[in-house]
Structure formats: structure tokens, C-alpha cells
Design a protein around this ligand. Structure first.
Ligand SMILES: [Zn+2]
Length: 53
């Protein structure tokens, strides 16, 4: 299944074993954040991340 990251907009293919697969299969419009963005969000403070947008 191909999903779009809600932060960077990159399309990512996820398999059935992905933790978000069931959630996104039920709700294709649900938010998905790719691995690199998840790391970036966790690694930086929220305020700094918002300034970049
Ligand atoms: Zn992303």
C-alpha cells in the first residue's frame, strides 16, 4: 500500500507488517508520518520544527 507522508509529502510503500497499516487501510485519509520525519520530529523541539514551516 502506498501512503503519503503528511509532513514532507513523500510517497512511501508500507507492507502489512507496518504498525500503521491497519489504521491506514481502514482510513486512507488518516495521517501518516514517514520514518525520517518521525525521527526529525522526535529529535527536535516542536517550536523549532514549526518555525521551519
Ligand atoms: Zn516525511
Amino acid at each position: 500500500m502506498e501512503v503519503k507522508c503528511c509532513i514532507c509529502g513523500e510517497k512511501v510503500s508500507i507492507s502489512k507488517i507496518h504498525q500503521d497499516y491497519a489504521k491506514l487501510a481502514k482510513n486512507p485519509n488518516g495521517t501518516f508520518v514517514c520514518d525520517s520525519c518521525q525521527k526529525r520530529v522526535k529529535g527536535e523541539t516542536v517550536s523549532r520544527w514549526k518555525k521551519q514551516i
